[in-house]
Design a protein around this ligand. Sequence first.
Ligand code: 3H9
Length: 692
Amino acid sequence: MAAINPVTDLVIEDGIAVVTLNSPPVNALSVAVRDGIYQGIGEALDNDAVQAVVLICAGKTFIAGADIAEFDKPRSGLTLPQVQQRIEDAGKPVIAAIHGTALGGGLEVALVCHYRVAVPSAKCGLPEVNIGLLPGAGGTQRLPRIVGAEKALEMVTSGMHVRAKDALAMGLVDELTPEDGLRAGAIAFARKVVAEGRPLRKVRDMNEKVEAARGRPELFAEFRRGNARKFRGFQAPEANIRCIEAAVNMPFDEGLAFEHKLFEELMAGTQSAAQRYYFFASRKAWNVPDVPADTPTIPVNTVGIIGAGTMGGGIAMNFLNAGIPVTIVETKQEALDRGLATIRRNYENTASKGRISMDDVEKRMAQLKGSLALDDLAQCDLVIEAIFENMDVKKEMFGKLDRIVRQGAILASNTSALDLNEIASATSRPQDVIGLHFFSPANVMKLLEVVRGEKTSKPVIATCMQLARRIGKVAALVGVCPGFVGNRILAQRQREAGKLVLEGAMPWDVDRVLVDFGLPMGPFAMSDLAGLDLGWRRENSTGSTLREILCEMDRRGQKTGAGFYDYDDKRQARPSPVVENIIRDFAASKGITPRVVSEQEILERCIYPMINEGARILEEGIAIRASDIDVVWVNGYGWPVYRGGPMRYGDSVGLDKVLAKMQDFEARFGDDFKPAKLLVDMVAQRKSFKDL
Ligand code: 3H9
């Protein structure tokens, strides 16, 4: 074996050269890897004894793409297209041998090889769209030449990972090798290519599939229409679509130049910068400085859940999906039956959409046991309480759990706002108590706030962070305070939204500004969806808030056909003249004269206090890092990832501007806008959140 450079080895076995890349963790295409491929392949091709070349990777995966960390540095070394050209123009067959994930630039390298083989567990995809980009090394031009324009559109705009079996069916991969025999399989395949004198196939010359889509502009129009909602606000999906159109309508080299131009535009834009920031933010969030990776963990093989309502049921599904048996406990048979039936119905719905099989439904349901006895949780490794949000009720429950559940098990609360330390104090083992704050619907929402109490032990934290990953969540570790990170920041926005409508903006004005900003829904449409009567009772109603007045009028949200908005039969919202009058009257009763509130003011009043609260949260050590707050908001509240998250947005506006505005609002509207000390200090030191 000869080392070509620090990341590349070359061996020649009976006429077949094997070039192995080894650049952990994911063989990303750094300068060294690009050099390594170029030199390794070059040396192999120049050797007269070599008849064919296999390109393979060591470690857990084939090349997972360009090195995203390099994008923010000055460019250096060979470009990826230069490396690709060396392969595509080779006079001998080059075969890519794929395991793990061939993604982005990695798949683009495989696409310039003359053939591709893969193990059955391998996956291929062009996920650049997820970081606000498009495949910039010919991916948009070569992929449709193999899989056709329709499939290519779906792949590049979703970033989906295609399984090897499907890749084989589409012609993206030429042959599957045994799972543990990639190297030998690729070498055997290479010998076959040589023996049969197969051509040096270049994807760039395969025009049949793109020609089939030529003269069918409706194909693209329909795709755009069908996905308009999903792509709203994002620049990259449209750029990806235009590149596939170029592949269909332009000669290959022109298409390539077009792709390059659009790639550079996206790369220079703010959206991709924010999405790349988020890529690393979401990975950093797993890292807890004082809980190192080698912290011992507690095996979790059985989970108990208390409460079979919407939340408890949704939480249970996460574990069942991951193959972990669940016992769910309710107080009444009827509630238990209803909860179990809802879980079954949810699974059957998923199966009817073809996402899982009916067999999967039965397997998952078989792992779920319903019970009316807390004693049935005695042997669970983790028990999650998902009952009524009331401190006394929760403390009583934890007292019982302390007596029933075996020592060493983790006792978790799904509380979204209550003091976890107080809950833990109801047990004799506060070190085993933790918060697992799932977001509703818990089987869908990605976010999990893992709440660390004063006494929560490190193994319990490490276990819960690992478990979050196992059930497919994005976790952020947070400390104890009212509302934790997400809801505490949300409260700022909600308060301001409420004040703005009294000052003269209408609910639909506030909603529109926030939706245009990129949030999925405004605060008032969200209230209507959730129901205005959450926690409201007619007998206790004082009619002293707008919300109470609307509830008293039976305007309780979408479910009653009216709330802040009026709704038609299809639940389409319309601004409500009735509500407008109610608001005006209510404001007048408070002595407020309505004024015109600008869109800019609406945005700044709603968003800047969130950034400010984030700074306070950091000051108090409730979140580990600013980027964790962003992870919470992107995954739990639909903050547009192309704006990174509230903290990153603050950085992009400029913290000095945010502070100046907060001071201006403080002077005009009072203490709600008092700037956080950290914000003031950072501006004085010319720092931004990313420098913390
Ligand atoms: C591209 O290719 C552009 C081209 O079209 C054009 C060029 C001209 N770069 O996710 P994990 C790190 S754009 C740098 O936790 P997993 C990651 O930060 C690229 N670093 O593991 C983490 O570091 P740390 C298109 C990367 O097993 C570690 O690797 N490709 C990259 O759950 C492990 O990552 C993509 O967008 C990278 N490309 O998942 C693929 N990828 O340990 C992005 C990973 O310090 N990557 N790292 O926290 C992924 O989807 C997943 O990482 C992967 C592994 C599925 C590969």
